[in-house]
Design a protein around this ligand. Structure first.
Ligand code: ZN
Length: 200
């Protein structure tokens, strides 16, 4: 396709278009928005990307993203490290935190097993979870992956891996409709799902 725009503008559009959920049309809208910005604002925007990229890293314990050595939840003395809630994405930690009732810690997988998208167990932070359980002192694993095919497959895969360690593995089930995303579930439903979790 012949380009109507200067190469640097095309380049910017391509970068926006590479983001999840951004089509070519939105990408050009965003690129032109950036071009219309005062230079200082555009520089601050670019610097924010670089700074986040430089400072943010996975927490060595739970794999959640953090800009401190350990994430605030792992570093907190008030959380119970013997109960681990397993979620697929960092944003899901916020969803479970919204219940204001969960006092355990987390493990973030950074995805789900998805053969369709060529994502296997080795692409996720599953071995790090197994290592945590193998160290002992873990009483319960709460699988909080989404109640859809990929979330269920991932939960079942991890359940089989952890079974030999004799740890209790439960699954959020009650109250979360099948096929929904825990990111969009309201606080009361999350709380019901936590309290009504069933052993796998
Ligand atoms: Zn952590």
């Amino acid at each position: 396709m012949n380009s109507f725009f200067p190469a640097s503008v095309e380049n910017l559009i391509d970068h926006f278009a590479s983001l999840p959920g951004v089509g070519k049309k939105s990408a050009s809208r965003l690129a032109f928005h950036i071009l219309a910005m005062p230079e200082q604002e555009a520089r601050a925007f670019a610097a924010a990307i670089v700074e986040a990229k430089e400072k943010v890293h996975p927490c060595p314990i739970c794999q959640n993203l953090t800009d401190t050595e350990l994430c605030p939840i792992c570093a907190s003395g008030k959380r119970d490290p013997s109960v681990i809630c397993v979620v697929s994405e960092p944003k899901d930690v916020l969803s479970v935190e919204r219940s204001h009732e969960y006092s355990g810690v987390y493990h973030v997988l950074h995805g789900v097993i998805s053969p369709m998208n060529h994502i296997g167990p080795d692409d996720l932070r599953i071995s790090e979870l197994v290592e945590r359980v193998a160290k002992g002192n873990v009483n319960e694993i709460i699988m909080a992956t989404n109640p859809d095919t990929e979330g269920d497959t991932t939960a079942m895969y991890i359940y089989r891996l952890l079974k030999p360690f004799g740890v209790k593995v439960s699954r959020l089930a009650y109250g979360i409709p099948v096929g929904s995303n825990i990111e969009f579930v309201d606080d009361a439903t999350i709380l019901r799902a936590l309290n009504g979790r069933v052993e796998m």
